[in-house]
Design a protein around this ligand. Structure first.
Ligand code: DP6
Length: 327
């Protein structure tokens, strides 16, 4: 017997960053985070529990998953099986409509889609808190992709993580902003986020300050989003981004995700701001720069960024929906 379900989740980009864990086993973050769920970059995942399978099969973009990637998927499936009280193995097929592991947050959309599809295929109707717990086992940024629009994920303090549950700050259609994704390289990242976070926590002299100054950024960003204040939000977005990168650059050995075009886009955005436009950068564990701006200025800003040497293309994203069950 076979129960198949398919789900789609969009990636999200953190405006206030998550970097560091308070519990590695449960994958609980040391700091909260605030993100925008995107509209177009997404993962579609199909899960079928099948009595005839002797082990889980996991295929990502047409390739069988291996090692740590596969283990993370199986960890999510194991919890779904425990919760459903059923032991069947699963066939998982997942497709991104963009490159994997390139700093475009494929793990966030991937594990949000997996959590929703696996739960549904096992016949479970789970609340956001439970879907989020499943998604978090795969990736700390994935709970944010369960919800749409502007999302806050508190770090929480409880050992079981029951207070680390995403909540909506504003729904997708409540604020007409854009995130421009300036794609400038395809290399898979040299240092994965999990390893990078552990190294930063263990060796960076700035890690403690990163954690200690974080709560104020969370508050300021949430207030700015509610007030639809782009300049106020942009200031916090840039500060959180550069604090995170500064703390990892100071780790041993240093972690640097940027390339030359990353810096050129940062400089171009500063020039645009000096010329009176509202554009603000953020960068994740990869070379691409994402630029937050109001919808009305997005074509002008996107045109300028597209001309920067090394930028291959600019993807224009608006606030998008939370995870959806397709079948
Ligand atoms: C820089 O969620 O990929 O994108 O929990 O170890 O899987 P793990 O890390 P991951 O880290 C995301 C880091 C970031 C910032 C963010 O999205 O908040």
């Amino acid at each position: 017997m076979m129960h198949v379900s398919k789900a789609r989740a969009r990636t999200n980009i953190a405006l206030v960053k998550y970097w560091g864990k308070r519990d590695g086993a449960l994958n609980l973050p040391a700091v909260g985070s605030i993100s925008m769920t995107l509209s177009s970059l997404h993962t579609t995942t199909e899960v079928g529990f099948d009595t005839r399978l002797s082990e889980d099969t996991v295929v990502i973009n047409g390739r069988p998953a291996q090692g740590r990637e596969r283990e993370r998927v199986c960890a999510v499936l194991d919890v779904v099986r425990q919760t459903a009280g059923a032991g069947h193995r699963a066939a998982v097929r997942t497709e991104n409509n963009f490159p994997t592991a390139s700093g475009l947050a494929s793990s966030a959309s991937g594990f949000a889609a997996l959590a929703a599809a696996a739960a549904r295929a096992a016949g479970l109707e789970l609340p956001v808190s439970e879907l989020s717990r499943l998604a978090r086992l795969g990736s700390g940024s994935a709970p944010r992709s369960i919800l749409g629009g502007f999302v806050e994920l508190p770090a929480g303090v409880l050992a079981d993580g029951s207070d680390c549950v995403p909540r909506e700050i504003l729904p997708p259609d409540a604020w007409d902003v854009r995130l421009l994704v300036a794609v400038n390289g395809r290399a898979e990242k040299a240092v994965g986020s999990t390893e990078g976070m552990e190294r930063t926590k263990g060796t960076s002299p700035y890690y403690r300050q990163w954690v200690e100054t974080h709560a104020a950024d969370m508050q300021a960003a949430a207030d700015a989003i509610r007030a639809r204040g782009i300049a106020r939000l942009g200031a916090v977005v840039e500060s959180s981004c550069f604090k995170m990168h500064a703390s990892m650059m100071a780790a041993t050995p240093p972690i640097l995700y940027w390339n030359g075009a990353t810096v050129e886009v940062i400089r171009t955005v500063r020039d645009l701001r000096n010329a009176g436009l509202d554009a603000y950068v953020t960068i994740d564990a990869g070379p691409h720069v994402k630029v937050l701006c109001p919808a009305a200025q997005s074509s002008e800003i996107a045109d300028r960024i597209a001309k920067v040497d090394g930028v291959e293309r600019v993807i224009v994203e608006r606030p998008g929906p939370g995870v959806e069950i397709l079948t």
